[in-house]
Design a binder for this molecule. Sequence first.
Ligand code: NOJ
Length: 614
Amino acid sequence: MKRTTVLLALGFVFAAISIDQTFAQQSSNAAKAESTVHNSAARVNGYEPMWWKEAVVYQVYPRSFQDSNGDGIGDLNGITQRLDYLKKLGVNVIWLSPHYDSPNADNGYDIRDYRKVMKEFGTMADFDRMLAGIKARHMRLIVDLVVNHTSDEHRWFVESRSSKDSPYRDYYFWRDGKPNPADPAHPLPPNNYPSFFSGSAWQWDGTTKQFYLHYFAVKQPDLNWDNPKVREDVFALMKFWLDKGVDGFRMDVIPLISKQPGLPDLTPEEMKDPPRLWANGPHRDEYLQQMNREVLSKYDVMTVGEAIGITLEEEPKIINSQRHELNMVFNFDAVRLNRGEFYSEAKWTLPQLKAIYDHHATALSKTDWDTVFLSNHDNPRLVSNYGDTSTAEFRIRSAKLLETMLLTLRGTPFIFQGDELGMTNYPFTRLDQFNDIEVKNAYKEKVLGGKMTEGEFIAESRRFGRDNSRTPMQWSDAPNAGFTSDAAKPWLAMNPNYKEINASKEGADPESILRYTQEAIGLHHAHLAFVYGDYKDLDPDNTQVFAYTRTLKVPAKPDQRFLVVLNFGEKPLDYTLPEGVTAGKLVLANVQGTPETGGSKLKLGAWDARVYTY
Ligand code: NOJ
């Protein structure tokens, strides 16, 4: 049997555009729709319409996207070359991972100069050209704002570490060590904070004989937001980029900016999950409100915070529109459902995943806004993580199913580069194949520290390591997948499956994951039900089928009613829809030959994904 995608949706999609012309045209035609920001009078299903609620966001990890100058590292001109690809895909906002000057201890998340472009990525003129290209195509750009910490090579830190009297001393956290009776010449760290990247979060500095705080790498000292001058400087650099025309920020680990007064030791209970405490510092909301008042509110922007350490119930403190902080945050409950301690795997069930999405729908109100994502540069590949890569056929079907889900659930969808092709995890077998500081540091702690064998460590890192998603984009079957022309090899190895999985092949194949994702994005843009519609999980306990509706009542127009049915597994089954729900016309399906009408009983094949009216 041929199991391929069928593009059934087109006719219906175009017919249906007229249903919600007003809003759909605003959202899908950015040329005309400057913004819905000021159109707050017309609520849609109780939500204030905003362009960023209606967007589909695509994350570009610049190092791995497209190399234009043959040095093996992606760059801004490479992105500019690929803007037509993104436009065609249908995404309308690009989130660019850090592009700033950096010594790259953590691939750009350690910034040396916030107003300079990383030299490997090009120049400010290249940035301006890229931005102009984005705007010319009626897309928008948000950039990464990494201001919980800087690089230790940032001018502020260089000054700060130079002497205790430096005017920049208080830009960071400097503390005396604790006496070390066993070795008085080597004091102990000021408290028991662990670093995200293994070891203590404190680094001894010989110049002034004090420790400085770094939640992440030693080369990423934490900024002291309690110092008003730090806030002033951060706000100024934000304005610098906004005045250039960027449309907002993805804010790196932003809840961590307010530290615990006095930095006391973590209790044994707090030690089980330090970010919970770190993310709930006493001034977090005050500082974000100041940022909003002094910077964000003056521009038409989108902001999305990385909500590390924040529970879903706590999110409204940051995202409720009446609190004037951020627009939305990333919540990690879904993406980390299958994760145990560090990179170990946890068993998960479909009802658990559904419960998370249901929880999102109930915990957030109409004055909050959500994101939906299942991958990024810190997580494994979408299809390797939640799909099935055991056969080519299942990979294709399950990748399409996951894209269907992301584009029809509640919240602004975020797609990570390459997931639209069904790119997979890399078959790592050796430590020297990894580049990521998280893996390298963890190796020292876990393998050299005798906690696990090298084999176990490699197996876990192959499953969950961050480099899985950072291997270069697979553009074609040319050498190095068309990612880089001249370099003998790219900065991180290409996945050897690029001859099979690449954009050029998929672009020419109407049944590819790429073409399907394009279709699913088109469907998302065409119907505001997928943006503002109510969400209802029809069958929360079903262990194999995820079935839900998105329903939107538009005054004086027919209701928009969509039913999504996802068979989360390879087992075919006869599925009877819960009482009262009948699948109507098929609008999208990931398998060719799916009957055009549904009914109350559906025959679902392996990894079938369908969207119907109902
Ligand atoms: C979160 C980023 O997504 C990750 O890549 C980075 O290592 C840490 N924050 C530190 O900036």
